[in-house]
Design a protein around this ligand. Structure first.
Ligand code: GKR
Ligand code: MG
Length: 432
């Protein structure tokens, strides 16, 4: 039985990465939770951060205290019944800031912590509890960002800037070389929607010229483009985004995506469209498939409702003939483990998953033993029960102290743009 539920908001240094949402703040916000059972076993999980997540966890707490960690369906039946039916898309709100999926995000973290407990109780890793491993290691992609100079953090807490300013196609190629040399990634994702589309096309072409077709490429402008621009970029990059690559959320909404797909196909370009903006829950999958708006769904064990939700999504995608990949936001090692278990326990996960992990720093890791290691771009499931790592709770306490001292309570990339780049900056969709 669960006798204690601790909720720790934390702040983690983050470099000034750019996307169509704006610019990352010097700190990314996360929440680390801990459940303790009457048998003396504890489980942990990591989730989105800030005050919205915190409120959801505090509301969920009373349902979790006294529960059997095996009784996850019952918990969802009670808690998920209150889920709001409103818009869960990420068109305007970044993942983790939409109140309409706050309940499933909080549930997902409790599920991961309960699976951690169950794994420890029976002495097996989490993915072995869920049907076993489709693969022993989870492959991840090199997630490239245009960025300003700076490594994240502020003042005396500023971090080393490993990648420097990257606001040109050449600088992104350099960033990619560095990242691949360090982590061994075999697939590449570029966060677009930042520079003029012509420059982003050039960036993808330079990446192809440098790394060759053995490294599938994807670009994700988070809806910054009109249907016309999306088609123009798609046609310009029809070679580069084929062969295991994809075009992710070029434009807003399923109707827009469907129109892009129709026009690309009519021009003989079969590059698949992927989405984590328009497709964020099971409710969206059939409409996206029916209208041929999306060919690859990006899962995420955080906001889809947990590791088992990713497995169910994999089955649904397979039945509909859709591909499956995985989305990421800034995160620490505990989330990386949740993502790795989700990938390894889901046979349908055929693309390397996204991860922001290279953008965080050793000083902020909350796992005993430090940062997790990538081998050839993949994270091996640890040979330990549960999620496979011990949390350093003193470090969590230090990061929580920082959270309460700092003014950041939600992710607001537009505000950071106004502070540092252009006082009049507004998110405009489509921008090009
Ligand atoms: O970290 O700026 C970012 C990304 O734009 C992130 O917020 C997105 O959710 O990585 C994400 C995506 O694939 O859309
Ligand atoms: Mg995306």
């Amino acid at each position: 039985m669960i006798k204690d539920f601790r909720i720790h908001p934390v702040a983690v240094a983050d470099p000034p990465l750019r996307s169509s949402y704006g610019r990352h703040a010097p700190y990314a916000l996360r929440t680390v939770i801990r459940l303790d059972t009457t048998d003396g076993i504890s489980g942990a999980a990591e989730a989105h951060g800030g005050e919205g997540s915190l409120a959801a966890f505090h509301a969920l707490r009373e349902h979790v205290l006294g529960m059997d960690p095996f009784a996850l369906h019952r918990l969802w039946m009670r808690w998920g019944a209150g889920e709001s039916a409103g818009d869960r898309s990420q068109t305007w709100l970044v993942p983790g800031e939409n109140p309409n999926d706050a309940r499933r995000r909080a549930f997902a973290a409790v599920e991961a912590a309960c699976l951690d407990i169950i794994g420890k109780a029976v002495g097996r890793p989490v993915c072995d509890l869920l049907g076993g491993r489709a693969r022993d290691a989870a492959p991840f992609s090199a997630y490239l960002f245009y960025k300003h100079g700076g490594g994240g953090g502020e003042g005396a807490d500023a971090r080393e800037d490993e990648y420097g300013e990257c606001l040109t196609p050449e600088a992104i190629v350099r960033q990619c070389r560095q990242m691949i040399a360090r982590y061994g990634f075999r697939e590449i994702k570029l966060k677009g929607g930042v520079l003029e589309p012509e420059l982003e096309i050039e960036t993808i072409r330079l990446l192809r010229a440098e790394f060759g077709p053995g490294f599938p490429l994807r670009i994700d402008p988070n809806c910054a483009w009109s249907v016309e621009t999306s088609v123009r970029v798609g046609l310009a990059l029809r070679e580069e985004l084929s062969g295991g690559g994809y075009l992710e959320d070029p434009t807003a909404g399923l109707d827009g995506m469907a129109e892009v797909r129709r026009r690309l196909l009519a021009a003989g370009a079969g590059i698949p469209l992927a989405s984590n903006v328009a497709v964020t829950g099971f409710e969206d999958v059939v409409p996206a498939w029916r209208d041929s708006a999306v060919q690859i769904v990006l899962s995420d064990p955080h906001y889809w409702g947990g590791i088992r939700a990713v497995q169910r999504l994999g089955d649904l995608c397979q039945a509909l003939g859709l591909g499956l990949s995985m989305h990421s936001n800034n995160h620490l090692g505990l989330s990386l483990l949740i993502m790795a278990h989700s990938c390894c326990a889901t046979p349908a996960m055929e693309f390397a998953c996204d991860t922001h992990y290279p953008w965080q720093h050793e000083e902020d890791e909350i796992l005993v033993g430090g940062r997790l290691r990538f081998e050839n771009g993949a994270v091996r499931i640890p040979d330990r029960p549960g999620l496979g790592a011990e949390v350093d709770w003193d470090q969590v306490a230090r990061l929580e102290e920082k959270y309460w001292k700092l003014p950041y309570r939600r992710r607001d990339d537009a505000e950071e743009m106004r502070k540092h780049v252009d006082p009049a900056w507004k998110r405009i969709l489509p921008r090009w």
